[in-house]
Design a protein around this ligand. Structure first.
Ligand code: BTN
Length: 258
């Protein structure tokens, strides 16, 4: 089913929009979930990031939103949806920020002028071996002017980089419009071939040295781009190529986060 008709739900404050979406995934009827539901909050009291981290969510400044839907795909393909959303956010932000340097740090951080401006957290719930629903949570730093000491070196916002305030609703609409397009492409092909080139053009560190951190192992390679499955293709010093699956792996620049 097309997502263009999804219902939006706004609230002043919630623990986490991902949590609101997951609760709705449990009690809402199948038709509403199939049509898609978008949960947006002005503030989160317990925003969640990847790997159980906290996502700073001050009131009235940023976009905190979670999309609940039921894609008719095999569960193994669900991680690709994170990259679909990453491409959509990057393109959506490019539209509202005109000339700003917006890039993607594989698999799903959006980077503005070399600092993180958006994070994406995808969660999936199964019904037996089929997808019951998927939640894609998106946090975009829009008008936030100050970050905690811990984040100030690596996080930024649209307002900080572009010296003006942005309308959050226009940003959400712009991101969703791009998402519908890339999601349709993904459903048609069953992989990321529709957006692969677009994604790779925005890939930070493309054709540059990166450090791959696996549990108990780290090594250097050159980042080539994503393949149709969303894995990062890297070239090792001996010239062989390897596909990296997101999971437990993180990829950083030689000198730090980027
Ligand atoms: C990351 O660690 O990069 C992912 C951050 C995801 C944050 C968003 S904000 C909206 C949604 N609700 C949450 O609690 N998390 C996601």
């Amino acid at each position: 089913m097309k997502l263009e008709k999804l219902d939006w739900f706004w609230c002043k404050e919630t623990e986490s929009t991902n949590l609101s979406a997951k609760k709705a995934g449990e009690y809402e009827d199948e038709k509403s979930i199939a049509r898609g539901m978008l949960f947006v909050a002005d503030k989160q009291t317990a925003g969640v990031g990847r790997r159980g981290r906290i996502w700073e969510s001050p009131e009235g400044e940023n976009v905190y939103m979670s999309l609940l839907f039921k894609p008719e795909i095999e569960p193994e393909k669900a991680p690709m949806l994170t990259l679909v959303m990453a491409a959509a956010v990057a393109k959506g932000l490019k539209r509202v920020c005109e000339k700003a340097l917006i890039q993607i740090k594989w698999p799903n951080d959006i980077i503005l002028n070399k600092k993180k401006v958006c994070g994406i957290l995808t969660e999936m719930v199964l019904d037996g071996s089929a997808i019951k629903y998927v939640v894609i949570g998106v946090g975009i730093n829009v008008n936030q002017k100050r970050f905690s000491q811990e984040l100030e070196d690596k996080a930024t916002s649209l307002a900080l980089e572009l010296s003006r305030e942005f309308d959050r609703k226009s940003i959400i609409s712009s991101v969703l419009e791009e998402f519908y397009k890339y999601y349709d492409g993904f459903l048609c092909t069953g992989d990321l071939s529709y957006l692969q080139e677009t994604y790779n053009q925005m890939l930070v560190n493309r054709d540059e040295q990166v450090v791959i951190h696996e549990p108990g192992n780290e090594y250097k390679a050159v980042a080539i781009g994503i393949n149709e499955q969303g894995e990062l293709v890297v070239e090792l010093p001996d010239g062989t190529r390897q596909n990296i699956y997101a999971g437990e792996v993180s990829v950083r620049g030689v000198y730090g986060y980027l």
